[in-house]
Design a protein around this ligand. Sequence first.
Ligand SMILES: C[S@@+](CC[C@H](N)C(=O)[O-])C[C@H]1O[C@@H](n2cnc3c(N)ncnc32)[C@H](O)[C@@H]1O
Length: 459
Amino acid sequence: MSEESLDCGSVVSMGPRIDVVTAFPDMFGPVFGESVMGRSVASGLLDIRVHDLRDYSSDRRRTLDDYSFGGGCGMVMMAEPIHACVEKLLLEVMAPTTRVILTSPQGRPFDQAMASEFASQDHLIILCGHYEGIDERVADLLVTDEVSIGDFVMTGGEIAAMAMVDAVSRHVPGVVGKEESVSGDSFYSEKVFDCPHFTRPADWRGFRVPEVLLGGHHKFIQDTRRRWALSKTARVRPDLVSWKEVSTVFAEKIRKKRGRGRGRPPGVRRGAKRCGFHLALVHYPVLNKLGDVVATALTNFDIHDISRSSRTFGASAYHLILPQASQRDMAAKLLGFWRDDASRISHINRKDALSLARVWPTLNTCIQEIEFCEGERPLIVVTSARPAGDRQVSYSDLREIMDSGGHPVLLVFGTGYGLAEEVMESADMVLPPILGAGDWNHLSVRAAVAIILDRLRGN
Ligand SMILES: C[S@@+](CC[C@H](N)C(=O)[O-])C[C@H]1O[C@@H](n2cnc3c(N)ncnc32)[C@H](O)[C@@H]1O
């Protein structure tokens, strides 16, 4: 593919001509030849050319690298082949605006704004480094933008170049079918994530699409999606969000909820209720007796007894966090039996309790679902037999928070020898351990759940 434009069609490109300079041109064919990029290149919407740097090497062995002055074990890409190639391209294209981009871990971080800016140029030349990188002198002379795709080091600039070309291409008119399908994307017009998306079936393995999306009320769907997007951005990338907007949007949501007596928000099913508090039983990541992080096995006792305690004390749902698909299948089978068949054999109460159980592969997916259902992230409160540390909340304070109904709460319990550190650290609050008569402290999780629920929700 050296010195070749990728197979072009007849449409005139509205984007920049893109020249990629690399010692490994064959890496690009599969990426630029497939899917959206492949179609756009084939139709001529994108004008991308990949150049083999070895064609510009002056020696017979087509060498591109040499030793680093001053020592060190890595090789450095020589200045002359890069200079010869870039000079030829500049003279050949003579575009009004050209950017010569060096892929480098030391560059400015690549982002959507940069992709959009590059897309508005007439000509881009992207240099792929290798080994220790390129001779600094040629970089100083030619490069207009040194760009990194993240704070990590790869073996070469080819993957970085592919990522940049892909992101730039999405800004070229016609490459992505409809403008609306990109304008809602993460980072498109502002630094906020896209909202979560769902497709058919509406009920997949018992996991339902959030009801609001099925209601057909466009404005309400739009507002809800905005809230989801803001809430995930605030949680995952607090550095990006405008906290003013986050608090305004959520204050509005709470105001609407308070006024709900005067009518449901449009699009919400009749009878849909606000969730109060939830329980999660984590099977991974938890500790074993040696302190290793492990996954534990599902037990029938935990499903039944904790569902019954949850039902007794008014939990909105009981979430089983099961990382292994086989365990989730087993849970689904057990729950299916009690939910579907039990009523026929007169176990209405058991069916009632077990209908609170939900199964999730990770605690995060469970938290997201609660957030969908509540419209805000739950307060995450973890439990442990170990001392609580500085995020400790007393039982009476938490009870007061739960009584007020101001925030959804998720009480997280661990199996094995307790929750792993990463779960403990992600929590908003930690409940103190239940203490008995002495220092023997090995209650079953089922007993701990019942005692804690009695303290927080008992009469
Ligand atoms: C092994 S790296 C050189 C790393 C260099 N010695 C340093 O530590 O800054 C080789 C080449 O891979 C590319 N590369 C590696 N990591 C990158 C990143 N995060 N973003 C963009 N390009 C990268 C660059 O083209 C770089 O010249």
